[in-house]
Design a protein around this ligand. Structure first.
Ligand code: COA
Length: 169
């Protein structure tokens, strides 16, 4: 019987993570973003789905700040989430999101944002309404947020610098 586990990513997983990201997205941009976020020290929670020793899924939450007046509130951004195509629809994406949320909450994080399909992320509690008042270059239907505790509802979302260079690439 095969065994799937969700665990923290380790330095040994880097090449396997790159491949999962490339296979899932069909391009290299997301794999490059992951490397840049990790190298930049901006990763907050990074997990892999491990099926009998093979990395078949990956999720990364990176540091993001909500800037409001003179204050800067630490939050996290979910990106990217990737599952090896041959494993799609088997619950791995959902398992990665839920386990990451448990770890983020345990670490005291109170706010997460994501840019993605509301039909997918809504099931994990992300909502468009919670993100609607943020100021962001990515403001729009795909921007959603999830708060586990008190956190700002307004302010400017400042992503890790790797997002800027990834988009420019
Ligand atoms: C999105 C992704 C991570 C989901 O992983 P997964 O392991 O297949 O997801 P799960 O098995 O947990 O969930 C499958 C469910 O999500 C739905 N789903 C998958 N992608 C979706 C999308 N883009 N929009 C809406 N629903 C989606 C499936 O239809 C399925 O629905 P069901 O539960 O009602 O049958 C995976 O499809 C993937 O790697 N895609 C390419 C990369 C990508 O788009 N990442 C997200 C970027 S924001």
């Amino acid at each position: 019987m095969s065994m799937m586990s969700i665990r923290a990513a380790t330095p040994r997983d880097r090449e396997a993570i790159r491949l999962v990201e490339e296979h899932a997205f069909g391009q290299q941009a997301e794999a490059g973003l992951v490397d840049a976020l990790v190298t930049g020290g901006d990763a907050v929670v990074e997990l892999v789905a491990d099926e009998d020793g093979q990395v078949v899924g990956h999720i990364l939450f990176s540091r993001l700040f909500v800037q409001n007046g003179g204050k800067s509130f630490p939050a996290v951004a979910l990106a990217p989430l990737a599952v090896e195509p041959s494993f799609h629809g088997t619950g791995i994406g959902g398992a990665l999101v839920r386990e990451a949320h448990i770890r983020l909450k345990a670490a005291g994080e109170t706010l997460a944002v994501v840019l993605g399909d509301p039909a997918y992320y809504g099931r994990f509690g992300y909502s468009r309404a919670r993100a609607a008042k943020f100021e962001s270059d990515y403001q729009g239907e795909a921007l959603q947020a999830l708060a586990w505790d008190e956190a700002p509802e307004t302010g400017r979302l400042v992503y890790a610098s790797a997002f800027g260079s990834a988009l420019a690439a």
